[in-house]
Design a protein around this ligand. Structure first.
Ligand code: B12
Ligand code: SF4
Length: 553
């Protein structure tokens, strides 16, 4: 049987690119049961559905499974239609968080899709393969929702696997149309770029955050053993011939049980004491086990992706975080004090946010010095994933449902005019300036680390004063977004109605108090001049940036 598993495009490139882990698990499981498959990862492809179907002969399979995010459902359905047009007998099945949440509606409304496997996919997909290969009916396939004539059939559910150690490691290769380089981690502590691996050590999460798509996949938290996780690292090191030195734990919530998490990293450290690692978790858990976090730091913990989400009590309540802003402050303060980096999960605005909520968020970001880089959290908004309580909350509030299969457009959801202005102007800033600021900061950082620049700076020789000037300008550029957004939020709070960024104020930046456009222009010119004076080839900075890309993103 010709089987393919595919990750459709979400329409943009995710910089922290790893293989689609869920699909890799299913592929490895099928393989271990004698059913090899081909993987396709078009997660950040910009090519059209028909083009990809044709170029990779996606129609030429007996079974094609797609992993569907809310963001990718539309593209996935387009691909399914195209595949069916070319080969009506290809069985198309969807899985993943979005498909699980909307299984019934998909089968009812999309004749091009034959089935949806709800929740965890390994065992149900194997049963599906067996039934299709044997020409049996589909009644016996657990977790499958499928079309039986005019009826939608929702098969019984099988419990998700308890023993995660029994699953084969997610070893699968993916064909992709946009080559993504190997995953890296830039270790600022040792100023070193390290080959990195993503490992998932547990499934689900026992919390109830109202916006979280993880919960649609199942609520039962389960964990792997530390030994099994260490074996996975060794397995991939051997398979790839790469000395992976950083582990990104991709668990929805790695720190649910502090002692479990500690056992995991102690085992990794015992296997290789050069290993560093990072994970995501909640603020209350960090505070409950500060001693464990400190021990983990000593064992190589470099950063935690912290689910702060908001600094407003009202928004935190809507998001059902179960913590107040003071807990966020305490956790972030603690991590900063002990020297563990923070990757902030932050939702700057949700549809019912007010200017006061915005002010609290801006205060939080500035209070903890999280305003300089990356600037992503200024641009985030709540995504209303299907199957989540917060989506239902806003449907009730509006008195009508959102269109199934789509994410509502943020710009159209705001309940207050000030927030609509905020969103419009912040997006305008992003479009006009953020790309140039990112590129300039990355290049400046690369230039200032170049041995010839370091020599000038430390010896006060050559163009060292100009290098210092560039350094100062880059500090201003780092803070430019927060300066503009602070001005914006204050103007909105005072009742003003700025129409453009110019009304907000794009003047008075840096040592020469220039316009933002002038500052960007003069810093770029200085960068070029300094490159010449240091004798760097014109593309040397671009090359260095490409190599160390992960470090500055
Ligand atoms: C790590 C992670 C990432 C990583 C790596 C993801 C990857 N490539 O696998 C990165 C950072 C790249 C990432 C990116 C994104 N992510 Co993400 N991610 C996660 C996270 C935290 C863990 C994923 C993981 O390791 N899962 C473990 C595996 C074993 O589980 P699984 O992926 O769910 O797969 C199982 C089932 O879902 C099912 N299944 C999945 N696909 C299929 C397909 C078929 C055919 C079948 C039968 C079954 C099946 O079977 C799998 C095995 O049991 C999850 C939350 C979570 N815990 O799932 C969010 C999560 C999946 N991500 C989410 C989102 C939205 C995204 C982005 C769109 C974010 C964005 N807006 O930028 C991008 C899209 C990536 C892309 N281009 O493909 C949402 C999805 C919500 C939704 N309803 O759509 C989640 C649920 C988090 C959330 N916000 O609530 N993500
Ligand atoms: S703690 Fe994280 S994974 Fe758990 S429910 Fe909340 S957002 Fe989801």
């Amino acid at each position: 049987m010709r089987i393919a598993l595919l990750n459709p495009s979400v329409g943009f490139s995710d910089r922290r690119k790893s293989i689609p882990i869920g699909l890799a698990y299913i592929m490895a499981f099928l393989e271990s049961e004698g059913h090899p498959s081909t993987g396709f990862d078009f997660g950040d492809s910009t090519a059209g559905a028909a083009e990809l179907v044709e170029r990779y002969r996606l129609w030429d399979h007996d079974l094609l499974g797609m992993s569907v995010y809310n963001e990718s459902f539309g593209v996935a359905a387009d691909m399914a239609r195209e595949i069916k047009r070319r080969n009506p007998s290809c069985f198309i099945v969807m899985g993943g968080p979005q498909a699980t949440a909307t299984h019934h509606a998909i089968i009812r409304g999309h004749p091009e899709i034959d089935g949806v496997v709800r929740k965890e996919g390994e065992h149900p997909t194997l049963e599906l393969v067996r039934c299709l290969a044997a020409g049996d009916g589909l009644d016996a396939v657990p977790n499958l929702t499928w079309r039986d004539g005019a009826a939608v059939r929702v098969n019984r559910e099988t419990p998700a696997p308890d023993d995660l150690d029994a699953l084969p490691f997610p070893a699968a290769e993916f064909v992709t149309d946009r080559e993504y380089g190997r995953l890296h981690f830039y270790d600022a502590v040792r100023d070193e770029l390290r080959p990195a691996l993503t490992i998932n050590t547990s499934r689900s999460c026992p919390y109830d955050c109202s916006f979280c798509g993880v919960l649609t996949i199942g609520r039962r938290y389960r964990s792997r053993s530390p030994e099994n996780v260490v074996r996975e690292l060794e397995f991939f090191r051997q398979r790839d011939g790469i000395d992976y030195r950083h582990v990104y734990f991709s668990d929805a919530n790695f720190f649910v049980q502090a002692q479990r998490a500690l056992a995991m990293v102690r085992a990794l450290h015992a296997a290789d004491d050069r290993i560093t690692f990072s994970f995501g978790t909640r603020v209350n858990q960090i505070l409950k086990a500060r001693d464990v976090i400190e021990e983990m730091r000593d064992l190589g913990l470099r950063f935690i992706e912290v689910g702060v989400e908001s600094a407003s009590p009202a928004v935190l309540e809507r998001l059902a975080k179960g913590v107040g802003p003071e807990v966020n402050d305490a956790a972030v303060g603690f991590l900063t004090r002990i020297g563990v980096e923070i990757a902030l999960d932050f939702i700057m605005v949700d549809p019912a946010s007010t200017v006061e909520d915005l002010q609290m968020n801006m205060d939080f970001i500035e209070r903890h010095f999280l305003d300089h880089y990356p600037h992503e959290h200024f641009y985030t908004s709540l995504a209303l994933y299907e199957g989540t309580p917060i989506r239902e909350f806003y449907e009730e509030r509006r008195g009508k449902p959102f269109v199934s299969g789509t994410l509502p457009d943020t710009a159209e959801l705001f309940e207050y005019a000030e927030l609509r202005t905020w969103w419009r102007l912040v997006q305008d800033f992003k479009e006009r300036y953020q790309g140039s600021i990112d590129r300039l900061l990355a290049k400046t950082e690369t230039l200032l680390k170049h041995p010839r620049a370091v020599e000038c700076l430390t010896g006060r020789t050559g163009p060292w004063e100009d290098l210092c000037g560039l350094q100062l300008d880059s500090v201003t550029l780092r803070h430019a977004p927060v300066m503009v957004f602070r001005r914006l939020v204050e103007r909105l709070a005072s009742g003003a109605k700025p129409d453009t960024l110019e009304d907000v104020g794009l003047r008075g930046f840096g040592r020469r108090a220039t316009d933002l456009d002038d500052l960007i222009g003069s810093a770029s010119a200085a960068l070029g001049r300094l490159g010449d004076r240091l004798g760097l080839a014109p593309d040397e900075l671009d090359r260095a940036l490409r190599i160390s890309g992960a470090a500055y993103q």
